[in-house]
Write a protein that binds this ligand. Structure first.
Ligand code: DTP
Length: 220
């Protein structure tokens, strides 16, 4: 039996710390988000381009992210448990949705309907014809303000122009998807971990939740 666990949460919610903890203290397979690929597609930084001009580059980035996520989900398992950072599901249900939806938030309503429809048809085809299923979602729940502070501190070049409103919009969608469960169907258990704390406290939380995370069927 294979378990696939996805770590989900806002930008700078601490997913990397979580993945590092499990990579260092267990023998499970840990896949980090292929963000370096998005920053260098034969020399093109499409993540940076998207942050500068979401209307022009949204579809380009999302098409590519969908491909890199599909690669991650369908890669042969090398151990019985695999943990990955985000998923093809959050790429679509959170980030594509945010680009497409019209709201007061920055970067919302920036994707033309036709781009959204084409991406959705690709996504639906992938879901129906390949196995991108997940056994457990671990949701690192943060407040957007805390993420904003962390983002400013880490100073990643592309992210300098991200306003608080963007993190609030992403947060809202995550809450609708995984807590209220009104956005899209969630077909696996969700473990929510409050993640506004410092690193030391977060490690303690991962220790506390370790067995439950590593054996998702415990949750049902
Ligand atoms: P953490 O701080 O939680 O460890 P991170 O290093 O911030 O995680 P992210 O998962 O937030 O890593 O992703 C890195 C960057 O890519 C960040 O600027 C958000 C952006 N990003 C991720 N997925 C998408 C997507 N589908 N569409 C647009 N941008 C995305």
């Amino acid at each position: 039996v294979f378990y696939q666990i996805c770590i989900e949460g806002n930008i700078a919610s601490g997913k990397t710390t979580c993945l590092d903890y499990f990579a260092q203290t267990t023998s499970i397979e840990v896949l980090t988000e292929p963000v370096s690929k998005w920053r260098n597609v034969r020399g093109h930084n499409i993540l940076g381009l998207m942050y500068q001009d979401a209307s022009r580059w949204g579809i380009t980035l999302q098409t590519y992210i969908q491909l890199t996520m599909l690669e991650q989900h369908t890669r042969p398992m090398i151990s019985s448990v695999r943990m990955m950072e985000r998923s093809i599901h959050s790429a679509k249900y959170i980030f594509v949705e945010n680009l497409y939806r019209r709201s007061k938030h920055v970067a919302s309503g920036k994707m033309p309907e036709v781009d959204y429809v084409v991406l959705t048809q690709w996504f639906d085809w992938i879901k129906n014809n390949t196995d991108v299923s997940v056994d457990l979602i671990v949701y690192l729940q943060t407040s957007p303000k805390v993420c904003y502070e962390r983002l400013k501190r880490r100073c990643r070049e592309e992210e300098k122009i991200i306003p608080l409103e963007y993190l609030e919009a992403i947060h809202q969608l995550y809450e609708e998807w995984l807590i209220k469960q009104t956005l899209f169907k969630v077909s696996c258990p969700v473990l929510v971990i409050g993640a506004d704390h410092d690193m030391q406290k977060m490690i303690e939380k991962y220790e506390e939740n370790r067995d439950q995370i590593l054996n998702p069927y415990n949750m049902q």
